[in-house]
Design a protein. Structure first.
Lengths: 121, 111
């Protein structure tokens, strides 16, 4: 069974940093493109970025609006995806999800339950 | 890129059919057949129910169907059941960054 489990969320002060993790199981993690998506309270979802699979050299793409503060990485030996978030602001308060690319079909076939990040003083 | 437009809420009685619209522009929904739909219960992982406008993943009920006309995609749920009550959101690929844009979500209430 495919499972994605996010962790690392919590309360952080404005200007602070946080690193989220996403642990995958039940599939060959290294073969999968993996994405981060977030949802702020009362708002729609927002794509954060992607880490491509080993066959594409783990290349990353980030939403232009977040690329100066957010960095995606992965460790296939640990079946894990990461999101490093710096210079956090109150508007970064959201539930952060990791999701698996649906085999190149421009969608995501599995998502985690999300981890809540609250940026507040 | 602006978000896709969905109705905030829809409702229907058990056994009825409902349709949720997802309106974009000629730069996103209108240009690509890469619209997907997700069912989301609060606190749960979103679930893919439609991809590539009208394809269903294995295991998803055929009561769920998708379509597109011009800049508007639609999700139809037939034979409504109580456990269909959830939030539904659409997503479209776009060629330029941020590459994916989402609808604001629609809350389905089964009366």
């Amino acid at each position: 069974e495919v499972q994605l489990v996010e962790s690392g969320g919590g309360l952080v002060q404005p200007g602070g940093s946080l690193r989220l993790s996403c642990a995958g199981s039940g599939f060959t993690f290294s073969n999968s493109h993996m994405d981060w998506v977030r949802q702020a309270p009362g708002k729609g979802l927002e794509w954060i970025g992607r880490s491509r699979n080993k066959h594409e050299g783990h290349a990353t793409e980030h939403a232009a609006s977040l690329a100066d503060r957010f960095t995606i990485s992965r460790d296939d030996s640990k079946n894990s995806l990461y999101l490093q978030m710096n210079s956090l602001a109150t508007e970064d308060t959201a539930v952060y999800y990791c999701a698996r690319d649906n085999h190149g079909n421009f969608s995501w076939d599995y998502w985690g339950q999300g981890t809540l990040v609250t940026v507040s003083s | 890129q602006s978000a896709l437009t969905q109705p905030a809420s829809v409702s229907g009685s058990p056994g009825q059919s409902i349709t949720i619209s997802c309106t974009g522009t000629s730069s996103d929904v209108g240009s690509y057949n890469f619209v997907s739909w997700y069912q989301h219960l609060p606190g749960r992982a979103p679930k893919l129910i439609i991809y590539n406008v009208n394809e269903r993943p294995s295991g998803v009920s055929n009561r769920f169907s998708g379509s597109k006309s011009g800049n508007t995609a639609s999700l139809t749920i037939s034979g409504l059941q109580a456990d269909d009550e959830a939030d539904y959101f659409c997503c479209s690929f776009v060629r330029s960054n941020p590459f994916w844009i989402f609808g604001g979500g629609t809350k389905l209430t089964v009366l």
